[in-house]
Design a protein around this ligand. Structure first.
Ligand code: GLN
Length: 485
């Protein structure tokens, strides 16, 4: 088996440009690695084997196109991106047989850039969850320890990169679903600013929070992916009209230029000792390199879990009303009464976590409770956004942990949804505020499991954020590959 699956996206792009190997060699390497690892990882819901081999062959025949930055590079997309000719399930039984009649802008742009989409990856049903255990198609395993969760909801994407199945992936982040699985699987994950990447053709969860972004093996790989997919889109009115920056040609940074704010409200959490040790070590490495770390106060962050779970559930309850057993998706047979049809189709084909959120969302939007919950949460959201704005006035970036605990054993929190929600504390405030965040591997804990760190920046300053990410990557210890055959 050829070992090209070891390469980063940028290394592979360089190898293709220099003619050291072709698109087919690279795609074959990833597909073989996928076949070898998939029985134990279960990261993919659909593998586009024939299509990607045929496409890679046709690319090689036509010859490399230097205008296409992702030419010949094998990537995956989370199964919320509509892609013609394949199912889009969003990890739900209700969309089991759904084949979209249109394609997501992200998918179109990946293809236009010459990428080869080899698979669609697993996720928590409708991206609701933090462990990929809520997928209707079964969980994905963490390549670093097969008995542990890969994080979520983009757990399939992160696990697939960590296992060497693909070089990069597109995921979505509503409250941490790119950054947290990236951290738990030892990858790099970027949540761009809300509106930087089009949501057209992406199955909606919380529309004011959802943002698509890349997961990969380095910050430079994320930059390469972002430059291919970001930018204005006439088909998504919430997508920003701002032109994208150059994410690829960045000026080198000096440690003395960097002042990082450490939000007290996040660093004072209860950390598992193996996570705390890696985080302390990482802070020491940064300070001894000459980076300034200073504590900042963001008092409203303590309300973010409550505000997020009200707003995200409210938006989910509205977005998921379209799965009614009538228009598309699963329909319960033999029902004559319309209400009965709605009720039984939705009960049967939506999982318990999704139903819990629909109920919660419907409740907080109902007359009499709207003011007490939804409106209040929307006001708190503004206060949280102001905290970010103020904190980022006196420092270049904010530095925070991604998860207070290492990847946990399957089933550890399934009976305890509130604890699972609390675990999102480090990631979801940023979605409420809207800015960009980059999660990087900080090292391995004493248990041999990866620990992540996240950098957060000002809105639309992805170039600066990625540049800082590349700088920190050189300082932090490399974590290597998971012990997987
Ligand atoms: N864990 C969070 C939730 O369940 C975030 C999920 C996400 O970002 N899609 O809502």
């Amino acid at each position: 088996m050829n070992q090209l699956w070891h390469l980063t996206l940028c290394e592979a792009a360089k190898g293709l440009a220099e003619g050291r190997f072709g698109a087919l060699d690279l795609v074959l390497a990833c597909l073989e690695r996928l076949k070898q690892t998939e029985p134990s990882i279960k990261a993919c819901l659909t593998v586009l084997e024939e299509e990607s081999l045929a496409y890679a062959r046709s690319l090689d025949e036509k010859g490399r196109d230097p205008q296409k930055p992702l030419w010949g590079l094998p990537v995956t997309v989370k199964d919320v991106f509509c892609l013609l000719g394949a199912p889009t399930t969003a990890g739900s039984k209700i969309l089991e047989n759904y084949r979209p009649a249109f394609e997501a802008t992200v998918v179109e742009r990946l293809k236009a850039a010459g990428a080869v989409i080899i698979a669609k990856t697993n996720l928590d049903e409708f991206a609701m969850g933090s462990s990929t255990e809520f997928s209707a198609y079964g969980p994905t395993c963490n390549p670093w320890n097969l008995e542990r969760v890969p994080g979520g909801s983009s757990g399939g994407a992160a696990a697939s990169i960590a296992a060497g199945q693909s070089l990069a992936a597109m995921g979505t982040d509503t409250g941490g679903s790119i950054r947290q699985p990236a951290a738990l699987c030892g990858c790099v994950g970027l949540k761009p600013t809300y509106g930087r990447v089009s949501r057209y053709g992406v199955v909606a969860y919380g529309s004011s929070l959802d943002q698509a972004g890349p997961l990969a093996r380095s910050a430079a790989d994320c930059a390469l992916m972002l430059s291919a997919v970001a930018g204005p889109d006439g088909r998504d009115s919430t997508c920003s009209m701002r032109k994208i920056d150059d994410y690829l040609n960045l000026c080198p940074l000096k440690a003395s230029d960097l002042v990082l704010g450490l939000p007290e409200e996040l660093w004072s959490a209860d950390f598992a000792p193996q996570v705390a040790n890696v985080l302390e070590q990482a802070k020491k490495i940064l300070t001894s390199a000459g980076v300034t770390l200073k504590s900042v106060k963001m008092p409203n962050l303590r309300f973010s879990v409550a505000a997020y779970y009200i707003l995200a559930a409210a938006e989910a309850s509205t977005n998921l009303a379209r799965y009614d057993g009538v228009r598309y998706g699963y329909r319960e047979a033999g029902k004559e009464d319309l209400n009965d049809l709605y009720f039984s189709s939705r009960t049967k084909a939506l999982g318990p976590e999704v139903r819990r959120r629909i109920l919660l969302g419907t409740f907080v939007l109902s007359s009499g409770y709207y003011d007490a919950y939804y409106r209040k949460a929307a006001q708190v959201r503004r206060l949280i956004a102001n905290d970010y704005y103020k904190a980022l006035k006196d420092c270049n970036f904010l530095l925070a942990p991604v998860s207070s605990i290492p990847p946990w054993p399957f089933g550890a929190f399934t009976a305890d949804p509130l604890t699972l929600y609390q675990l999102d504390m480090m990631t979801l405030p940023l979605n409420l505020a809207g800015g960009p965040g980059l999660s990087l591997p900080a090292g391995l804990g004493a248990d041999g499991l990866p620990v992540g760190l996240q950098l957060m920046g000002r809105a639309f300053e992805e170039a600066e954020l990625l540049n800082a990410g590349m700088f920190f990557e050189r300082l932090l210890p490399p974590i290597g590959w998971p012990p997987l055959n």
